[in-house]
Design a protein around this ligand. Sequence first.
Ligand SMILES: *Cc1c(COP(=O)(O)O)cnc(C)c1O
Length: 372
Amino acid sequence: MKAETKERIDTLLREFHDLGSRLVGYPCNQDFDYSALLPFLSFSLNNVGDPFHASNFQSNTHEMEREVIGFFADLMRLPRDEAWGYVTSGGTEGNMYGMYIGRELFPNGVVYFSQDTHYSVVKILRVLKARNIMIKSQDSGEIDYDDLYETIRINRDVPVIVMANIGTTMKGAVDDVSRVREILTDLAVTDSYIHADAALSGMILPFVDDPQPYGFDEGFDSVAISGHKMIGSPLPSGVALTRRAYVSRIARAIEYVGVLDTTLTGSRNALTPLMIWYALREHGTEGFRDIVHACLNVAEYAVARFTDSGIPAWRNKNSPTVVFPKPSDEVVRKWQIAPYEDIAHLITMPHVTREIVDAVVDDVQRSLRQAG
Ligand SMILES: *Cc1c(COP(=O)(O)O)cnc(C)c1O
């Protein structure tokens, strides 16, 4: 390696070492070890095409990818033989996939989503040119069911596509899909599709004792879950999962690579499916149950610490996202806290310890006191 190159790399590495210990505002689990997979960096790997279909390009990890999809089908209560999915570049691609399927099934459908929906949805709906209506949110971040009811009632003649939040970005709120289905039944809507944006909480709800309704048995038609959030990975990734029957309507065979063109992107990362597969095998369901419980306990601890310090903090049920008044920019930068209008949040991912929470609470308290 050239000396200057080494210097640049070393500097960058030091920076990341330093930043990693103060990442509390974003839902990325830093607690992972994929060093066993380092030898795979020596190959030109590519998961191009449908992981459930043969490919002419053989240096892929489709077999592991199918196992990953099987695991998530189990989690989301979709029989494996009815499931189809693939490992995406992240939650955004998974959401786009869900909206794509929904729009292909119901080309004249209207998409409903709440104010608290992830920022990517607006862009996705523009790309897809899908008609859409934003619904009010409650203070908790959950969708306003009355507004949803009234808005669908006025548009009863067109199919309904709902983008439901299973853990909003800012407040960790979960839209109640069973109530959404009740509304659809009440209004006698026959053509409907529910996509669940479960970027973070898709890896939480299956592991808690009293989850909010989730899963295909509760009405999901597709779901997007991030790989680099709760599971943790050095590369962004996610899972798009839906019913096999829906996908067969959009499949198109491509002779050049001998694949079925069912995925949004062509060439696809082969390392991320391998990483998720590895994490799932190493931790197992029981391991993730422990990880999730530990995170939620730290979140409860954080709410108590804030409250004891006179700072009004709160969190939604089953959520590691702790919401509190926005502190100074300096504190926001120091802890990589995510601010939004007059609130901020920290997310107790596995690497966020009680000691880190203590330090954040102290800094936030000092900052808010100075602001008076
Ligand atoms: C993070 C997140 C996304 C987007 O995921 P990316 O992996 O960043 O594309 C979508 N929805 C929610 C609720 C998220 O928290």
